[in-house]
Design a protein around this ligand. Structure first.
Ligand code: FMN
Length: 187
């Protein structure tokens, strides 16, 4: 079937949503980020893309540490809120119960999984800045483990489909094993 042109801003796939945490002017603050990805294997590194000027970015630059917190779907309302109000005008330090990791990054107690990262590199795009951080610690709440391993069926990771209509989704069900099903085609 012939393709037709569609809006080049269409992003119809689900992106995991995270909350990026940093300390700004001595207080924890969190912003919602969907432009987030793993970008290196060993050591593990993540990248978040923050449009300019985000208040949270000031804390990342100031301290060189930040957190990435993965909310479940029960945190959709608070996550949406943190994505609509800026710490520049509204104090977001009381939205979540805050815990500190070994590297002093503020993390969200209610999130099933939290990472502490050390800022390694930034990269300027047209109206955004990429922050690339090395994961120095990863934490999971015990209630989301099965046989001492993280159980993604319990975390209900919040996801976003940005366009054509922005909406939240929870993590879909696994239907096949990755790095496995394709082996059937290997000769
Ligand atoms: C679902 C969702 C995803 C978002 N993803 C991003 C993102 O990837 N990058 C970004 O710069 N802003 C993103 N935002 C917007 C920021 O979270 C928002 O501007 C926030 O108020 C910034 O907070 P701050 O100024 O306190 O840092 C997103 C908002 C929502 C609701």
């Amino acid at each position: 079937m012939a393709k037709v042109k569609i809006e080049n801003t269409t992003i119809p796939y689900a992106m995991p949503v995270c909350l990026v945490g940093a300390t700004v002017k001595g207080k924890p603050t969190f912003m919602t980020v969907a432009w987030f990805s793993k970008v290196n294997g060993q050591p593990p590194m993540f990248m978040v893309s923050l449009e300019n000027p985000r208040y949270t970015a000031e804390g990342i630059k100031e301290n060189g540490v930040f957190s990435i917190n993965l909310p479940g779907k029960s945190l959709a309302e608070k996550t949406d809120y943190c994505g609509m109000v800026s710490g520049r005008k509204t104090d977001k330090s009381g939205v979540f119960k805050v815990e500190y990791g070994e590297h002093k990054a503020p993390m969200i107690a209610e999130c099933p999984v939290c990472y502490e990262l050390k800022l390694k590199q930034t990269f300027d795009l047209v109206d955004s800045r990429l922050f690339i951080g090395e994961v120095v610690e990863a934490y999971a709440d015990g209630m989301y483990l099965t046989d001492k391993k993280l159980d993604v069926s319990k975390t209900e990771q919040l996801q976003l489909i940005e366009s054509p209509a922005a909406g939240y989704y929870d993590q879909g069900k696994q239907f096949e094993k990755a790095f496995s099903i394709g082996k059937k085609l290997m000769k």
